[in-house]
Design a protein around this ligand. Structure first.
Ligand code: MN
Length: 491
């Protein structure tokens, strides 16, 4: 099921490539010792280098180099042992140097691959063209004063990784999955916190359209600085639609930089190609080329954590989970860790039932966390406690249904599951005599239904189970109830 825009002349295919800017997790900036902390007073995290005072020289932050290499390895990309910082020249009030230090011809990371997990269980490979390091600019503040614009340089010089994809995506959905996957990978690696609300990740979105089956790309437009997954998807949708209308009305899509307005749900031209910047890139004479050897790269590779793709494969192979379940559980390290602790030390050192554990985490726990707007690290129920609850189900102390009641209480109070079961008298009735008495009672009081059952209406069996469960406040072991009812009704 390909995504298609249907116009007056038939169907159109959408072609998307993304440039994701990801802020490097680092205490200090790319070329200065100033803090990168979010939310400081304006201009409180600015060194003389960041303010571009005359005579100041940039000094490369080695940690940022390491983070870029880690990210490259996580993207299964080629790490270049030789790379060069270049000046990208343009004038803007929030760029005091008059140029951005970036990488151009020789980026630190070359081609790689990101695997998208599609909702139907299939996967799609998206090519990564390159990843380069560059500085962020400052921020113009237009809303502080009616007449003047102020500049905050706190972000000036913060290290960014620009991750450039190939034009491999074919729908807004794929672009959304791609950005989420990049975010998941950098979070696993600890190289970017992925907080789009705080601007630590944002994307420039390249969109063009063409007729299905065409091999040539048509002119693209670039939508700048989109800062949420939802907006990225929405921007692609409306921009592709706009381009289809331009082509179909006999016009030409112009190569442009555009802005997405999420309120109006439209993109607007910022500047056209004839006004495009001529950046006059050249190697920054203040910085030497970055050179390291393969041992350095191998050393970083040795410290890489298990990444979501590998973890997903392991969950599917070792625990027999579906692609969907595995994928949901590997979304971040914390969720994977929680799930593995739930699986962990079961009865007599055995691991607990993986499918049961996955269901409880995905349906019950995620549901409860969502209702309380909490993340998994803020869960009122610890992984150990959830594991204990599963043990109570497995050893028939409580039924799966009663377990849901116990779980709600655990969410509300944080109490241990065994204590809740004891306090509320929820222990399952497994005493055959007690269940038999309840079954006999129901049968004796329901001659009409018994006649129906014996007349061949087997559907009414469920009604009997319901009556017995009601009589035992839901505490009778359902398996035993079923067995006894069957024996007695047909006997
Ligand atoms: Mn950039």
């Amino acid at each position: 099921m390909s995504y298609r825009i249907v116009g007056e002349t038939g169907e159109w295919e959408v072609v998307v490539g993304l440039e994701v800017h990801a802020q490097v997790t680092s205490e200090s900036k790319l070329f200065s010792g100033a803090s990168t902390e979010f939310g400081g007073e304006p201009n409180s995290h600015v060194s003389l280098v960041d303010a571009a005072m005359p005579g100041m020289l940039p000094v490369i932050n080695e940690h940022c180099i390491e983070q870029a290499v880690r990210t490259g390895l996580g993207l299964k990309a080629k790490v270049n042992l030789y790379s060069v910082f270049a000046r990208k020249n343009y004038f803007y009030a929030d760029l005091p140097q008059g140029y951005q230090i970036s990488q151009f011809e020789f980026p630190i990371i070359g081609a790689g691959t990101v695997i998208l997990d599609m909702p139907d269980g299939t996967t799609r490979n998206i090519g990564i063209e390159r990843l380069h390091l560059e500085q962020d600019a400052g921020k113009s503040m237009h809303d502080q004063d009616p007449r003047r614009t102020f500049v905050d340089l706190n972000r000036s010089g913060v290290a960014l990784m620009e991750i450039v994809s190939d034009p491999d995506m074919r729908s807004p959905e794929e672009a959304g999955i791609y950005v989420r996957k990049i975010r998941s990978i950098v979070r696993y690696l600890g190289t970017c916190d992925g907080n789009m609300e705080q601007g630590s990740m944002r994307a420039d979105v390249n969109v063009s359209v063409r007729k299905p089956g065409d091999t040539e790309l048509r002119t693209r437009c670039e939508i700048k600085n989109v800062n949420s997954v939802r907006f990225i998807m929405h921007a692609i949708e409306v921009e592709a639609q706009r381009q289809v209308e331009v082509w179909e009305s006999g016009g030409q899509v112009e190569q442009q930089t555009r802005l997405f307005d999420p309120v109006k749900g439209e993109t607007r031209a910022m500047r056209s190609k004839e006004f495009a910047h001529d950046y006059r890139y050249f190697p920054d004479p203040d910085l030497l080329p970055v050179k390291f050897n393969q041992e350095y790269v191998d050393g970083i590779a040795a410290t890489l954590p298990e990444l979501p793709d590998e973890k997903k494969q392991r969950y599917m192979a070792d625990y027999n989970l579906s692609a969907y379940d595995a994928e949901v559980l590997v979304v971040d390290r914390e969720t994977g860790g929680y799930f593995e602790t739930v699986l962990g030390r079961g009865d007599k050192g055995k691991t607990r039932d993986a499918k049961l554990a996955a269901n409880w985490v995905i349906s019950n726990l995620f549901g409860a966390l969502k209702a309380e707007s909490k993340t998994i690290t803020q869960s009122p129920v610890s992984a150990d406690q959830l594991g204990q609850l599963l043990d109570l189900i497995s050893d028939n102390t409580i039924s799966g249904k009663i377990a849901k009641t116990v779980f709600e209480e655990m969410i509300a109070t944080g109490k241990e599951p065994a204590d809740i079961v004891a306090e509320k008298g929820l222990k399952q009735i497994t005493d055959t005599g007690a269940i038999e008495a309840a079954v006999d009672d129901v049968i004796a009081n329901s001659p009409e239904q018994v006649a129906q059952y014996q007349g061949g209406n087997e559907k009414i069996a469920g009604w009997f189970v319901g009556q017995v469960m009601k009589a035992t406040q839901g505490k009778a072991n359902p398996g035993m109830v079923n067995k006894l009812l069957k024996e007695k009704l047909s006997g």
